[in-house]
Design a protein around this ligand. Structure first.
Ligand code: MTE
Length: 368
């Protein structure tokens, strides 16, 4: 039944469906690691409501807020008026690896993601900065809000999923209004006919089924900016939270995960090839990945695949470690160009919404 759901969204037969409706699903680790550019059939999906049906021919993008004029632009006008641009960028959900935080302490009402709520694609569209320049902005413009055409329900209210990014990021050429993914038209489940792509930021800011862009003096008050996708200290719970507090998530943090071998796999004694991905936020580079076969007592430096090309994309790495018979815990941690690295334990970064788990990634295998 679940694979039927995956099939109906053109996903791989082995896709792991975390929730059928709204559809939330991720690929198995070893399939994710097959290709540096993730094919759409293996690209994770994070939805908060049903996929809306949008007629591309009558679709109009609204641009409003502090800009000097209000605009409605059709897809054809957008393609004609602005030059198109392709950026290879990795999208990662802020809830990626939530299962590791859930293992520390219960997290209610959230999807239990493995380490595959992440994917890398080449996105084609127009630069948001060109559109903003065309629309014009007043001097008090500070944030750019994206609002989706889906119909989310939270606390009795219905609205489109949304969120904002600082204007400074919005004016960076890599932020796209994208209509293509890997050279083909965007699939409905990934935001057709138009979505925002905000490289280096949590996936939530890459709003799908984009209906409106609002230029604002303050961050978005949309539920998914003002309540969800905020990071709270470990002592705060759903019962005690003050939603005016908390860090609004933006740039992703340095992270890495092991894709092969997979958790619980049996491997042979001796040399074991370990493969995974690593990602740095905010356009910083991934500079080093350490891999350990003895839970961090000794480390081997991984080699990066040659075909990595974009500062907004993850890097694939591979390491060879020696394993002795018995149960082994393989561990990976990455370092970025600002020498940020991953914290050792998930329990040190537990938060009640289960965001931003970038603790050392650990995979248990049986060696015989
Ligand atoms: N945009 C809309 N309109 N509705 C959504 O539910 N989910 C966001 C973002 N954009 C979402 C959205 C989140 S949390 C993530 S991680 C990415 O889309 C996932 O993009 P994908 O489903 O194309 O992988």
């Amino acid at each position: 039944m679940e694979n039927e759901t995956a099939k109906s969204f053109d996903k791989h037969p082995h896709f792991i469906v975390r929730e059928a409706e709204p559809f939330n699903a991720e690929p198995p680790p070893r399939l994710l690691r097959l290709s540096i550019v993730t094919p759409p059939e293996l690209f994770y999906v994070r939805n908060h409501a049903s996929v809306p049906e949008i007629d591309a021919d009558s679709y109009q993008l609204k641009i409003s807020g502090l800009s000097n004029r209000e605009l409605q632009i059709s897809l054809a006008e957008l393609r004609e008026r602005f030059s198109s641009r392709t950026v290879t960028a990795t999208l990662q959900c802020a809830g990626n690896r939530r299962d590791g935080l859930m293992a520390v302490k219960e997290i209610g009402g959230e999807v239990s993601w493995g380490a595959q709520a992440i994917g890398n694609a080449s996105w084609t569209g127009v630069s948001l900065c060109d559109v903003l320049e065309f629309a014009g902005m007043t001097t008090d413009a500070r944030h750019v809000e994206f609002i989706g055409l889906d119909d989310v329900e939270r606390k009795g209210a219905r609205f489109g999923f949304g969120g904002s990014i600082p204007l400074e990021k919005g004016l960076s050429a890599e932020v796209l209004l994208a209509f293509e993914m890997n050279g083909a038209a965007l699939a409905p489940v990934h935001g057709a006919p138009l979505r925002a792509i905000v490289p280096g930021y949590i996936g939530a800011r890459s709003v799908k089924w984009l209906g409106e862009i609002k230029v604002k003096s303050e961050p978005s008050e949309n539920y998914f900016q003002a309540h969800a996708y905020k990071l709270f200290p470990p002592g705060v719970s759903a019962q005690t939270v003050d939603w005016n507090e908390g860090l609004m998530l933006g740039e992703v943090s340095i992270n890495s995960a092991i894709c092969r071998p997979q958790e619980g796999e049996s491997v042979r004694t001796g040399k074991c090839t370990v493969q995974g991905y690593a990602i740095a936020g905010g356009g910083r580079g991934v500079e080093r990945v350490d891999v350990s076969g003895d839970n961090g007592q000794t480390w081997v430096e991984a080699k990066f695949d040659a075909d990595d090309s974009s500062r907004w994309a993850w890097r694939f790495w591979e390491a060879e470690i020696d394993l002795e018979a018995g149960e082994a815990e393989i561990v990976a941690r990455a370092w970025d160009s600002a020498t940020n690295t991953q914290p050792e334990e998930a329990r040190d970064i537990w938060n009640f919404k289960g965001y931003m788990n970038n603790a050392w990634h650990k995979v248990k295998v049986f060696v015989s």
